[in-house]
Design a protein. Sequence first.
Length: 507
Amino acid sequence: MKIITASFLLIMFNFSVIAQKSNKTINWNADLEYLRAQIYSIFPNAKDRINENDFNTTLARLKSEASSLSINEMAVEIMSLLSLTNDNDCFIYPFQESLSSPILPLKTYFFSDGHYVCDATEPYADLIGEKIDKIGHYKVDELFQKLQTVIPADNIHYQRYQFSLYSQLPSFLSWAEAIENKNKVHILTSSGISKSVSFGDLSSYLKLERTLASQVGLADSQSNHEQENYWMEFWDDGKSLFVQLKAIEDQKEGNSFSDFVKEIEARIKSGKVEKVIIDNRYGGGGNGFMLNDLTALLRESKTINQKGKLFVLTSRSTKGVLLEFTSVLQLNTKATLIGEPTGEGPNTVGDRVTITLPSSKLEVQLTKLFWPTSFIFDNRKTIQPQISINYTFDNYLAKHDPWLKAIKEYNLISYEKQKPDLSTQNKLVGKYKVEGYKLKIYQEDGKLYAEVKKKLRSFFELHTELYHSKTGVLSSDIPQLSLLYEKIEGKSSLTKLEWSGNTYELQ
């Protein structure tokens, strides 16, 4: 769960002065066999997660084609092998010493209304603000479909996020047969601008700007938080506390994360905070265990842990520790999720390790450990928000944040739920087991709750209020979760847990 900083990217690119190893001296068969062994040794449950026939077929093809390909071309082909893991953290970093890939000097983004140029170096400044219609021989959507095969990811949402990078690398465009000349690419915009753009170095690319909605600060604020791992400001009427998290690790300057959480607690307890907004849209690195105190604070706050009082913002790049936190809040609070489907699922956030292929010296990232944040039978590859937004290029230009607009327009009345009657509550209280988990049903202040306690060195825990949905069915604050009950020998008892349409027997 690590993040790659801009400075690290620049350092790696500077190694390009080192001569690349000739492809003719590389023993690709040895490298590919080594990679196969490492994947099945390191990647969790590889035999269950990877289609063996597809893997072996792809591996055989790579071995047969390797002698005719450059090291950069082979790196793309290996990405097609890694894509079979369906995991974000299995990939080859394109700017490492062995590759030092050039990149187009454009900063782009896939907005809901198209793929736009947000910034560009000279002499391509006339492309800024333009919607890209074609890259090389393909329309943007056609190119995206082709590149999906070589963009390892949990889901299509993260692939769309990564498209802005991989659609600007010559080796990937050449693989997709979008270009013949690896020195430049033809760009056509929807307004009719036709331009040949040459690939440049990474250092020029890193200087380009692309600041998304509230990414470095609120639009009406004078503060800039670009260099901060976490920050907070009051928003709107001064009663809503906006908390943005990018990396859950202590900053080099300023408050530690622990002190940051204490400051949030002090503001909530002051009575001046009516809403808390947790922004999990950007970043994702750090230590998930450092979030325990913040989770407990939000869950146990009677003023904030209410419908319409706690909001979590998500995007297609929500992954890593921030995905874990999003999942934990969904399963333990009355938070309303607003935004885009996340870049990972609740049980596919992992730690990764770097392996080096012995002959080519290519460095490959592999997931070594998953940190589940939900039931083991939760197979979601993304977390869907309860309220979806569209982020358009016009929003970007105007510095409008549609996530925050959705909070202003939130209608609490449409989300009100009915408590089960006390007689039903009394009959259902007790301890149950489901698929190896201990589920506790208890009453407090006239309300009925379900709880699964966290195990040691685990992120998964569940705490939710239960509501009357219809006869024999209890709904919850968790969109995927319902509990079914029926009368057995004259007594009402819970019989099944329903999760995303699948049912599991309760004991």
